[in-house]
Design a protein around this ligand. Sequence first.
Ligand code: SAH
Ligand code: SF4
Ligand code: F3S
Length: 478
Amino acid sequence: MKMKSENMTAPHIEEAEIERQRLLCDTIEKELFSRGFGKERRPGYYIQTFGCQQNEADSERMAGIAWMMGYRPVSDPAAAELILINTCAIREHAEKKALSIIGTYKHVKDKNPGVIIGVGGCMVAQKHRADQLKNSYPYVNFSFDPGALHLLPELIYHALTGGKRRFVSSDTYAVAEGLPTHQKQSFKAWLSIMYGCNNFCSYCIVPYVRGRERSRTPEAILEEARRLIDGGARDITLLGQNVNSYGKDIGSMDIAALMRQICALPGDFRLRFMTSHPKDASDALIAAMAEEEKIVPHFHLPVQSGSDTILRRMNRKYTAQEYLRIIDKLKSSVPDVSLTSDIIVGFPGETDADFQETLDMLAAVEYDAIFSFIYSPRKGTPAATMEGQIPREVSSRRFEQLLSLQHDISRARNQRFVGRTIRALCEEVSKTDPDKMTARSDSPRPIHFENNKGVPVGEYCNLEIVSADTFSLYGELK
Ligand code: SAH
Ligand code: SF4
Ligand code: F3S
């Protein structure tokens, strides 16, 4: 048996391979420029992202690579020379949406046969989906799963120089360090600290499409955190499918110690993390949240169901009681903590009584918000072939009931901010009214306000909360 030691690391893509891809970026830039493009007339890239924050972060890496190759971002796919679609496979709906969008790019290719179309992300990590693209979407040049993202320069070069279509899947899912990124907003940063998942919840496709857990080294993470803060990051979210099992695979520090080290870096920033699994919601992590001022007091801790029978069938590894004990600890240690969750309704075999236990869980915890989903069978997962698949009408009815209860709880919970003045980060100008802005603070809910002092996006401001409804808080600048 391998002993865990400080020096253990997850498998990494060799530096020489990353360097090879980097050099290809230069070659591609020259090739593009020899075709009439140039620094003043960069070809456009368009990236469409589906799915979770992991995909958002991967898309920023794709954008970084595209930028390095001489492309510039465009907002209209019809004006692009490179289209990348970053797909999700978590529910059938996500796949259908991606496939339908990919279908519309046929017209773009008809008009501009030179456009390169690549499909990445979790959907194409499934062989049947990669085959479907190969056979039914002839205008797609290549696909690459999340473990093959670092090969993007090679795939683009191949397509650009008239090579055959390629459909690449990674067998190693090794960690790729040193890829460039192009952040959407410099003040808001994703920081992946680990990849993959070992949990195999019986409904979930993620372990099959993102591989096993691989933690980055604390050194690499701290270096990236420093660079992000120096670049103006004010709101950093540590990412991982199972972010709070960070370090277990390499025997390094745990997420609590890592977050404390990041908090010790100089700079005016706040730290978030997602997504946590209840089995790893340790006392150390709760203590870090309670003690470190830079850690936002918001814990996203998906429970999925309130019924022990269903939790067992989901392979979640905790009972409703155990979950509630963690919640109690959080509430007593972190003053005014905001709690959010993911819930699945209509899991195979879910009875009315099971569902009632989920409703009871919502009432007991009093989440600020939940993300709720109707169970969607995923090919290759154990739950997809379980007995007792729930008819759509039943799931939909339960879903509505769940939302209605949560809306009441959210509306009531949000009232606690009214009358307080809180420091919040201005994130975006309203699309319909340039004088209105949205900011974010400890609450997972956005705060809308009249920007009568011209606070720029990316800056902090003090807001007195004057009212709150189900989804939003409303503030006045102080
Ligand atoms: N790693 C995270 C997030 C996983 S995906 C976690 O463990 O919580 C985000 C959410 O999608 C899950 O929490 C779950 O609620 C939901 N989900 C996953 N698979 C699903 C499926 N097959 N059908 C419906 N919802 C699903
Ligand atoms: Fe999916 Fe479970 Fe892993 Fe979350 S912990 S990604 S729900 S298998
Ligand atoms: Fe979807 Fe993959 Fe994220 S399946 S939810 S994009 S990890």
